[in-house]
Structures are given as C-alpha cells and as structure tokens.
Design a protein around this ligand. Structure first.
Ligand SMILES: [Zn+2]
Length: 347
C-alpha cells in the first residue's frame, strides 16, 4: 500500500500533534522475538546483536511504525547492582532486593549501564536497529525502569510498598527516589545521545491497582515530572508507561508532561481521550493477553475499531498493545492489528 509519510514521519507528526495521514501502530514484542528465535532467553536478552537483528526481522515481517527495543524490566536494576534471573519464555526478573533495609539507601552507588549485560544488550541492539532502519521507523530504545519501579526493585516491592503504607520512612524513601531518578536520567540520556527520537519511563507499579492516587501524587508524580523535564525536548520524547486501570490517574499522568502515555485496555478510553486531547499522545490500549494472544482475528479487529473510533479523532493516538505482548501471540493477530491502523486509522 502506497503511503505519503514514512513510519518515522508519521510517529513524529503524531507526537508533535501535527497533521498526519493515519494512526501509527506500535508493537511491544520483545517476548515474541525470544520465542521466534528459539534461543534460551538469557542468550537473546544479553546479546545486543541478536536482540537487534530479531527486532529488524520482526519489523520486516510486520511493518509497524514504532519499534520498541527492550529486554524486560530488569536492565537498569541490574546496572544498579540487583541480581537477575531468567524465566522460560518470559522476561528476566530480579530475584531478590538489593537492599535488606531502607536504612542502607545511602550505600547505593551510581549505576554503570556498560557493566550490566542487559543494559549493554539494549544499547547495542538499539544502535544496530537505528543504523539499519532508523531513517524509516521510530526506534524507541527503552530506558525502563522509571524512578518508582526501580525503587521497588532495589528495596523489594513488598518492603517498599509496606514502608509507603506505614509512612514513617519518608526521608529514606525520598532519598531512594532521588537516587533512582538520577539513575534513570543517566541511562535515558544514553538513548538520547545515540539518536533515538524517544525513550520510555516504565512505571507499571504506579498504577491505582497497586497504590492509591494520593500516594501517586506524593511518590510518583514529582519524580515523573523531574525526569521528563530533565530529558524531553522538541526532538526527544518520553513515553510514560503505567499498567492496569489508570482511569483515576490519567489526568495526573498528563501532568508529568510526557509526550506519550502508554495505557492499558482497563483504562476508560473516553476519559483518557478527554484528559489528553491537545496535550499529549496516547499509545495503546489493546489487551495483549485477552485479545491479541488469546482472541480471534475478529476480536482484534473489533477492539482496534472501537479504540480508533474513540481515540483517533483530532490525532494524538498510536494504536498498539497496552503492555508487553506474550511470547506466543499469533502472527495473524499482529497482522490484523497493523492492518487496522492502515485501513480504519486514515485521517
Ligand atoms: Zn504495562
């Protein structure tokens, strides 16, 4: 199909809230590439060459407009000193917290992403993808995690969330969040300097499914704003990712200033559109498991058409999965997702 804009031009125009030919489409497919490669996950996820080649091959197969390079949510935590373990057909995870108590927060050392095999692989893969197809497609090398999620990994989610609830360790919590904000900024800058048009802030656990909106205001929003203002400019855009039902905080997510908000199918689409219109771009919200992995091609089409109808008018919308795609997502469902943006997403 002949189209007037390249994928890169289309994504940039969308994010800059300028006129464009149709809704762009993104894939969040790193777990699919590990299944397709038939390699053990630690092999693909630690090897920038293989990781990058797998993404280029998937792009040649599916032709999405925005290409995400990542290997899960453990890379930056590894650079901060956390130990990583590998799960079959899934993303790497942090086995145990780095801190045994919040009182140890001042012992944390500045991370060195070049010493983390996972960070090195994402950086090398992003370089490879940029060199090969970066003039055609929007390449988002992902600097996950964001300040709150990284703090959860370093302190351990149970300990960290419990301390937030008790509310007696704010001084150490804020010290940790300052540390994780600086760690995130350091890593995110590497993608900026490499020439990526944007990167991501993964804050899955800032969700109202995990913490209250009042806690979001106190422990997430200020650090979201801080990292966005430290990094974002007219040529480098941040995509802020929060999982689950974010209806109650979507307005606050807009306040971070991030030019892209990644949101799940559980969030109310009409409320999200109203909160973001004219201010930022929404990316999502097709259900990665229920629809894209387990649904039929017809289910994919129905979900995409509903999303485009509510979210596309006036621009500021990128169609895609609201979160990471399971490794066993059928290719025919991805084909339909991409086709829906091309057919139903025309302006
Ligand atoms: Zn998510």
């Amino acid at each position: 199909m002949y189209e007037e804009m390249t994928s890169l031009e289309r994504c940039l125009a969308t994010i800059r809230l300028e006129p464009h030919d149709r809704v762009p489409v993104d894939l969040h497919n790193f777990m699919m590439t590990v299944v397709d490669s038939k390699l053990p996950p630690e092999k693909l996820y630690q090897n920038g060459q293989l990781l990058g080649e797998a993404q280029v091959a998937a792009w040649k197969r599916f032709g999405q407009d925005m290409l995400i390079v990542e290997n899960g949510t453990a890379a930056l935590a590894e650079a901060c000193g956390c130990e990583v373990s590998y799960v079959h057909a899934s993303a790497p995870v942090i086995e145990k917290p780095l801190l045994t108590s919040l009182s140890e927060v001042s012992s944390l050392r500045k991370p060195d992403p070049w010493k983390s095999p996972l960070c090195r692989a994402v950086l090398a893969a992003t370089r490879l993808v940029l060199d090969q197809i970066g003039d055609q497609v929007y390449v988002m090398g992902r600097a996950d995690q964001g300040p709150f999620d990284l703090a959860c990994m370093i302190a351990g989610p149970e300990t960290f969330l419990m301390e937030l609830a008790i509310g007696e360790s704010d001084e150490q919590i804020f010290e940790l969040l300052e540390y994780t904000s600086d760690a995130y900024i350091l890593y995110a800058k590497m993608f900026q300097e490499m020439g990526c048009p944007g990167t991501s802030i993964g804050e899955a656990l800032c969700s109202p499914d995990v913490i209250s909106p009042a806690m979001y205001d106190k422990y997430c929003l200020p650090y979201g704003k801080k990292v966005v203002s430290a990094l974002q400019n007219d040529d480098f855009f941040l995509a802020y990712h929060v999982c689950g039902n974010t209806t109650k905080i979507i307005g606050r997510m807009v306040e971070t200033g991030a030019k892209v908000l990644e949101f799940d199918y559980k969030c109310d689409k009409t409320i999200a559109k109203k909160a973001s219109a004219g201010r930022t771009t929404l990316l999502g919200p097709i259900d990665p498991s229920g629809v894209l992995q387990q649904g039929s091609v017809e289910d994919v089409e129905k979900a995409c058409r509903e999303a485009i109808e509510v979210l596309a008018p006036g621009g500021g919308f990128i169609l895609g999965p609201g979160c990471a795609l399971p490794g066993t997502t059928p290719a025919k469902n991805i084909d339909r997702l991409v086709e829906c943006a091309r057919v139903y997403g025309k302006y």
